[in-house]
Design a protein around this ligand. Structure first.
Ligand code: PHB
Length: 363
């Protein structure tokens, strides 16, 4: 029986275990400039025992930003900041990918360059709320405008350039964020893509931008260092699709044909329910590594791997609170409780102060 604690080859790299750290928005980049800083390096280095760290969603351009204080991967200063993080993780013996993010319509004019409207496949407003400053609280996202067809190559170029920046920053690979209602997900699903050009309408057209992005990123990294994240069962950020099993198994097949290292599937998130009728065909369609995420415990994670439905499990909240999560799961040790009040924004409190197992309690 394969266990959570066995190694796993993911494309070009070998992981020492299958307990992965999910990408987690923590909104703690240095201002101005959305620049990763020393506290971020400490945070990720503390979690270097993860089989793989998938670092938080990072905007690929100023236009791709949807929340205050999230880091970017488009400026030289950001690349330098991320270098602190990758060096610290590698020094601690870990492996780290970066998640490439364009939020599309989930943004606010106050977060956009020159107060521009956020962009989307179609001019349909998300019911989502966001945070635009330290004091704003939650505010409704803005009405987006539909991207012109001739702007699409520029979007692909944002991803390509960000992928190159991630390479220059010393990451081991990248994950394309195609999940949770952000730009690529908006293009993929019927509820948000009402376009009549080559990027909307048919399923093939809806998947055109996601696959052009995948090809551009693979062009920088090689397929064996690229993953892709989807959330086929989720409605977070106001998402819907007429046939999610078909949409996402078709996408999974296309990514599999390109030889991507892994597919990362958000199976449940913020109240959405796991639906095996949607997940099973996706698992079957993708021939590379399947990473499952969403509400897993030690027991359900092991069960999922044993059943063959996943190769590795990405943990979010548990990794926030337990920097040594793989060891704790291996030993069956007690887990620290995550504190949601410190998830977003702030400093080292609730970020770098969760305790490791004491040497005594390990014995
Ligand atoms: C969030 O900031 O709430 C957030 C960011 C990225 C996700 C999901 C949630 O994929």
């Amino acid at each position: 029986m394969t266990t959570l604690h066995e190694s796993l080859t993911v494309g070009a790299i070998t992981l020492p275990n299958r307990v992965l750290m999910a990408p987690l928005t923590r909104a703690r980049s240095a201002q101005p400039g959305d620049i990763p800083q020393a506290i971020n390096a400490t945070h990720y280095a503390q979690r270097a025992s993860a089989g793989l760290i998938i670092a938080e969603a990072s905007q690929i351009s100023p236009q791709g930003k949807g929340y205050a204080f999230t880091p970017g991967i488009y400026s030289a200063e950001q690349v330098e900041g991320w270098r602190l993080v990758t060096d610290a993780v590698h020094e601690a013996g870990g492996r780290i990918f970066l998640q490439l993010w364009h939020v599309g319509r989930v943004s606010h004019v106050d977060l956009q360059p020159n107060g521009a409207d956020p962009v989307a496949p179609s001019a349909i407003r998300s019911p989502a709320q966001t945070i635009i400053s330290a004091t704003s609280g939650r505010v409704d996202v803005s009405m987006p405008r539909a991207l012109e067809t001739d702007e699409i190559p520029g979007i692909v170029e944002q991803y390509r350039s960000a992928a190159q920046n991630a390479k220059d920053a010393g990451f081991d690979g990248v994950e394309i964020h195609g999940a949770n209602g952000y730009l690529l997900d908006q293009f993929s699903r019927t509820g948000t893509n009402k376009r009549t050009d080559a990027y909307g309408g048919s399923l093939e057209n809806r998947l055109r931008l996601p696959l052009e992005v995948a090809d551009a990123v693979v062009g920088v990294w090689g397929a064996d260092r690229v993953g892709y994240r989807i959330s086929p069962t989720g409605d977070f950020n106001g998402m819907s699709d007429d046939n999610p099993a078909q949409t996402f198994s078709t996408l999974a097949t296309a990514l599999s044909d390109r030889g991507l290292a892994y597919l990362h599937v958000v199976e449940e998130f913020r109240g959405s329910t796991r639906d095996e009728a949607i997940l099973d065909p996706i698992r079957e369609a993708f021939k590379g590594v399947y990473i499952a995420n969403g509400g897993y415990t030690a027991a359900t994670a092991q069960e999922r791997i044993s059943s063959g439905k996943a190769d590795a499990i990405a943990f979010g909240a548990l990794f926030i609170a337990n920097p040594d999560l793989p060891e704790r799961l291996r030993l069956g040790a007690d887990l620290n409780e995550p504190d949601p009040s410190t998830f977003y924004g702030g400093d080292e409190k609730g970020y770098n102060d969760y305790p490791f197992l004491e040497a005594a309690s390990r014995a």
